[in-house]
Design a binder for this molecule. Structure first.
Ligand code: PMP
Length: 285
């Protein structure tokens, strides 16, 4: 991704894509002092743009990374970089991190905080799984407890277990992995939240140790508007076989039906398809 045409917003300036580099002694490279956002623009408008900018700043605060830009400035920067790249339908990636400082120790309190925003076209996150139903592996890694790490931050450090889970899943021919949490409850996928359907009602894990996704909240609202009951609760692994449908939600994933998790099978049913289409209509409205 580093050898492309285009520009990237870095610390207030647009720089050539190929020159958007950082030094190897960047604190974030060594100690994961980085937070980021993933957003999508449709027809020139970033869906829930402000909420994403607010979450970026909030994630930073949780990790002692005080982003030196206001929400309004971040909003303007996102649109500036999209426009400069001539994009209207795009993925937007904002990333804030601790730069290098006076020494290379664990503390980054004196290191500057930097911010960059890149944007590019990104199609379906799970390819044709969006229509056929994604195949998920079950991860050996557990989402950590809120006492271990600020688990509601969209923090780079939290993605190490996601990357390892995804590698293991891909090696088995799956497109993602479902993760349990530290207590053994169903949590989420490596970059998306999870929903299940049983007898016309929806069940989704309580987001008490993972990201309460903006897409997740949007979809819960859409279901409730349609008078569909949504139960946010702790879900045990034994319950997986009792669910008829399953889907994932996320900015990149949008609403993607799931056909299989480990040995459990789900139908790509009417509700999964309807909510996927309704979400597409909403983001483009
Ligand atoms: N969980 C994880 C681990 C994620 O990376 C994402 C994507 N940001 C989500 C859930 C979904 O969040 P959102 O709907 O806000 O994109």
């Amino acid at each position: 991704y580093d050898d492309r045409d285009g520009v990237i917003w870095m610390d207030g300036k647009l720089v050539d894509w190929r020159d958007a580099n950082v030094h190897i002694l960047t604190h974030a490279m060594h100690y994961a002092s980085s937070v980021f956002e993933g957003e999508r623009a449709y027809n020139g408008k970033i869906f829930e743009s402000r909420r994403h900018s607010e979450r970026l700043v909030a994630s930073g605060r949780m990790l002692d990374i005080d982003i030196p830009w206001t929400i309004d400035e971040i909003e303007a920067a996102k649109y500036e970089v999209m426009k400069a790249n001539g994009l209207t339908d795009a993925y937007v990636r904002a990333v804030a991190w601790r730069a290098s400082g006076e020494d290379m120790g664990v503390s980054s309190a004196k290191n500057p905080v930097r911010l960059a925003i890149a944007t590019w076209g990104w199609g379906n996150y799970y390819g044709d799984a969006k229509f056929k139903g994604a195949k998920l592996d079950i991860s050996q890694w557990k989402r950590p407890s809120p006492e271990t790490i600020p688990c509601h931050a969209k923090a780079a450090g939290l993605y190490m277990i996601c990357t390892m889970s995804k590698h293991a899943a891909e090696a088995k021919g799956c497109s993602d992995a479902m993760m349990f949490d530290y207590r053994g409850y169903v949590a989420e996928a490596t970059g998306a939240n999870i929903f299940f359907v049983k007898d016309g009602e929806v069940h989704t894990p309580t987001p008490d140790c993972f990201l309460n996704g903006i897409t997740r909240q949007t979809v819960i609202g859409m279901l409730r508007d349609r008078q569909i009951k949504v139960h946010e609760r702790h879900i045990m692994p034994e319950e997986l076989e009792s669910f008829q449908q399953c889907w994932l939600t996320g900015t990149a994933a949008e609403v993607t039906p799931v056909g299989q998790i480990g040995d459990y099978n789900f139908e790509v049913g009417q509700m999964a398809r309807d909510i996927s289409t309704a979400y597409e209509d909403l983001v483009r409205a």
